[in-house]
Design a protein around this ligand. Structure first.
Ligand code: NDP
Length: 245
């Protein structure tokens, strides 16, 4: 129970990778605050699974594209839990399409959630981390942001931007005992990837020959949140079965 006494805030935490991360951090003893654009009632099942592990867990509705909502959510979580020790910026969306036919809205909405949302949450948590001289920030990037992907110019740009954000904030906060890292998953079995066909060329090219599970990503989040990762910052860790080698 290495995270006992710590509070983890996870955006996009009601389902998919965010839910797996919440369960993993709860297994390690952390109390859990879930943030999601959907209303808290939608989190009932996830909250029950987390609480069954013996930790405190609450859900908060917050659209991460709205800076005021991010500030209010961080304030509410801090009031309820006392502090935030671990921030997992996991909320993300896709609006795939070729550049020629990509609408402004498709480009902007993906940048807004995946990149601006993470920035707003980091900024809202920043002074708390600095004051306590400790903290963990873990950003959910993607191999798409490292190698590019046809049909995902918006998504790749947002994730590459998130990697730049990770490295810059890591440099800003290194002397304050706060580590900032990114995880870059490949193809993970969640709602986001359920429509990717088995004969998709990129999926076919995964060296390990299979898609990953949300738990594969959650394990790395658990490690980065732990004391074992205290000397790692500004890093991007791929969890992709070798896809981006
Ligand atoms: P899901 O689509 O399963 O879950 C995304 C979560 O983000 C949902 O809970 C969703 O809420 C929430 N969310 C979306 N928009 C907002 C918003 N504006 N404010 C707050 N919450 C929001 O995705 P995954 O679990 O697959 O992905 C999680 C992260 O991992 C994303 O950042 C994604 O880009 C990244 N990733 C995923 C990969 C994969 O193969 N699955 C590969 C590489 C990276 P709601 O339930 O209400 O819609």
């Amino acid at each position: 129970m290495s995270l006992e006494g710590k509070t983890a805030l996870i955006t996009g935490g009601y389902r998919g990778i965010g839910k797996a991360a919440a369960l993993r951090l709860a297994q390690d003893g952390a109390d859990i605050a879930l943030i999601d654009v959907a209303e808290p009632e939608k989190a009932a099942e996830t909250l029950a699974e987390i609480r069954a592990l013996g930790v405190k867990a609450e859900a908060y509705q917050c659209n991460v594209t709205d800076s005021e909502q991010c500030k209010a959510a961080v304030k509410a979580v801090t009031a309820e839990f006392g502090k935030i020790d671990i921030l997992v910026n996991n909320a993300g969306i896709t609006r795939d399409g070729l550049v020629l036919s990509m609408k402004d809205e498709a480009f902007e909405s993906v940048l807004d959630v995946n990149l601006k949302g993470a920035f707003f949450m980091i900024r809202a948590c920043y002074s708390g981390f600095v004051r306590r001289r400790s903290g963990r920030i873990i950003n959910m990037a993607s191999v798409s942001g490292m190698m590019g992907n046809a049909g995902q110019a918006n998504y790749s740009a947002s994730k590459a931007g998130l990697i730049g954000l990770t490295k810059s904030v890591a440099r800003e906060l290194a002397s304050r005992g706060v580590t900032v890292n990114a995880v870059a998953p490949g193809f993970i079995e969640t709602d986001m990837t359920k429509n990717i066909s088995e004969d998709n060329a990129l999926r076919q090219s995964i060296p390990m020959g299979r898609m990953g599970k949300p738990e594969d990503v959650a394990n790395v989040i658990g490690f980065l949140a732990s004391d074992s990762a205290a000397y790692i910052t500004g890093e991007v860790i791929r969890v992709d079965g070798g896809l981006a080698i």
